[in-house]
Write a protein that binds this ligand. Sequence first.
Ligand code: PEP
Ligand code: MG
Length: 902
Amino acid sequence: MAAHDPVEQKYVYDFAEGNKDLKDLLGGKGANLAEMTNLGLPVPPGFTITTEACKAYLTTGREPDGLAGQIEAHLESLEREMGRRLGDPDDPLLVSVRSGAKFSMPGMMETVLNVGLNDRSVIGLSAQAGQNDRFAWDSYRRLIQMFGKTVCEVPGEEFEHALDEIKRAKGTHDDLDLDADDLRGLVDAYKKIFAKHTGREFPQEPREQLDLAIRAVFDSWNAERAILYRRQERIPADLGTAVNVVAMVFGNLGPDSGTGVAFTRDPGSGAQGIYGDYLANAQGEDVVAGIRNTVPLQELEQLDKTSYDQLLDIMARLEEHYKDLCDIEFTIERGKLWMLQTRVGKRTAAAAFVIAGQLVDEGLIDLDEALHRVNGAQLAQLMFPRFQLDHEFEAVAKGIGASPGAASGKVVFTSARAVELAAEGEPVILVRRETNPDDLNGMIAAKGILTSRGGKTSHAAVVARGMGKTCVSGADELDVNVPAKKFTVGDHVVNEGDVVSIDGTTGKVYLGEVPVMPSEVVQYFEGELDPENTDDALVRSVHRIMTHADAARRLRVRTNADTGADAARARRFGAEGIGLCRTEHMFLGDRRELVERLILASGERERENALAALLPLQRADFIEIFREMDGLPVTVRLIDPPLHEFLPPLEQLAVNVAVAQERGEDVAKEEALLAAVRRMHEENPMLGLRGVRLGLVIPGLFAMQVRAIAEAAVAVVRDGGKACPEIMVPLVGAVQELETVRAEAERIIAEVVGDSGVEVLIGTMIEVPRAALTAGQIAEAAEFFSFGTNDLTQMGWGFSRDDVEGAFFWRYLELGIFGISPFESIDTDGVGRLVRIAAEEGRAARPGLKLGVCGEHGGDPDSVHFFHEVGLDYVSCSPFRVPVARLEAGRASITTTGSDSR
Ligand code: PEP
Ligand code: MG
């Protein structure tokens, strides 16, 4: 037989042949069933058809050579083990056919139970079950229903409808009231439905049922909902699913049978205990379908103490074995417990931290492994304010948590109305079926965005995340009627102006205003909660894991801050310096007038006066920041954006001047301003006169800033403080630019610092691709590089950073051109390659060259791992992301053999 051919690929594994590490091949369910089998736990016998078989089938449209023979061989051995043959009329073996991919995709793919039943074996099954006709006919009707729906695409409602009819005729709502005759009648009705839709009789041949069911599970990998789910969860599309063929055990054989699900700890909070639900006299799909109400698992102790004790024992064993929270599915058949599934269970962000801490306490894992088990995305989630939910608030809908946070506000349906109400100071929630680029203003004005369509990569989701705005997308229970300015959900009608609350983490939608409470994790970082002295298990665990991450990490973490307040907060959050102090904000507010004078200066003297007036103000800014950072390095970047950004917009100014002229007013000053704005107008300001180019064109501008920095440092040191300034030149593309600025800066610094002991480093941003490619030359004139990955991404891809995310990234994400915006997570292949080249060539030219990154990517978990791997010295990010960067830098430093829980 083909199965014995030594070169034939092995497509089928008995449970005894696999283990938990074979998820790629056997899927999560199959690998864990094998693991439990090998632990000696009571798992019904069975075998797994590999993901390789599925992939071969999906590529060629037919089962790979040898598969049929291998299934035959494994089926025979299953039959031998069970002492029954598949579909034997007198004593049938029945099997379930279950999907199981590497990553859990709950409810997305197919399952068929009771395969092997037909018009004859249903009689044998009844005899097997002690002349339980009702059970046998119920099992048969379930097979026809599931098989019809899953394998032959018969509309499920037709079966539901037939079932309802019989119940109505009998005057009951409860399936359990139907007797054997009713169910036999239902089987007839189901068979007719099957024949009507498929043009054939329900297959009586058990092996044909099995083969068709296996094929249907393979096909379900490419069902629309599965594809959507994978896209949302970023699960690769080419993994395929395994298929598990398992001997049936029955939870619906009477009151001493039942089925349930359980967690070894609370997946919501991480608290220890027994969490689960049990349903007597039922099969698994009854629990899922919610036909009858389950009871808390604890009640099983009264119903069947032996099984309950055995279950607790098994749960403890599983936790000890997997060293993690496990979730399980089980069935009790006439007092005998069977394990149908286990896996390392999904959990909330809070539970992930709490459980990791507990497992360390219990000696099951070490701190490295605990650090590995949590991640920056979870920590970031815990840093958002949350709704304070009590029993009063029940969600009316659940969509996709597309951008985290908690927001309440008045419902509006158009962008224009959002802008109007927000201008009146009202918090608003913009509700749309889906958003498009025309909604941008409304999205900016709103506190939160709610859509009834679209997933995690829809326009609404991508743009909201980019703005850091709460968003729930794809809440498909909402019927949004924009012209009528209302939406309906269930029995509720919500009109414009009504208040709703949305939770961008859980995706839940509430009517009315839900109070918001601050994050205890932020309170801890702020120093308001003492981790040694709190009974908050989450805070204790976060503290412990953060402490370990800090000890483990090689990367330093700095912050992007340009005010004393931001610098102070970032220090409380653990920043070890400032990696980017953008000086441009220091030219706004009441200093605009000085900047205007600088720009409009008609001669050298006027310009010098304006700069002289700016100098003390800048000095005071830097003194405040150096004091806050108290000796930690502070990278001050010389002014970057084009100067016309500090002037009024061209159109507005032109209109004002025209109107004033019309009225005959004296507009000499405005006209001069308008002329200057016209002179400086650029078609592509991002590629125009900014950064170092500005410093080289406007005499004295950079010199004033350098002087202010040096004087501020000297002032702080003279006062007994410490200051470590690093002057950073933006937008350098050629070493000559840097050399020119450097020569002048060195002269000023030498003059100012004298013998004060102040040391000032001079370095550059690497944010123009040419700078990255000529890093060896540039390093000759730089004591440090800081990668400006925002501009490097903009110029590397040619994507305008101000426009593209809202304009068309949603489409690129939909098409899979990239899985995540390259402005959010570093494009390691392209932009990352530029970083790698510059780091290597820079260090080759100047050993010990200090390397950091200060673009947005500095606080992005995946990017932090990349920067660690490339060998940077530090990452710098906004104050709020500093803890996330610390945690991820720690995670990047440890090596562990454990597996991520996804
Ligand atoms: C960058 O380009 O990555 C950067 C940090 O500078 P900015 O965002 O100010 O242009
Ligand atoms: Mg930049």
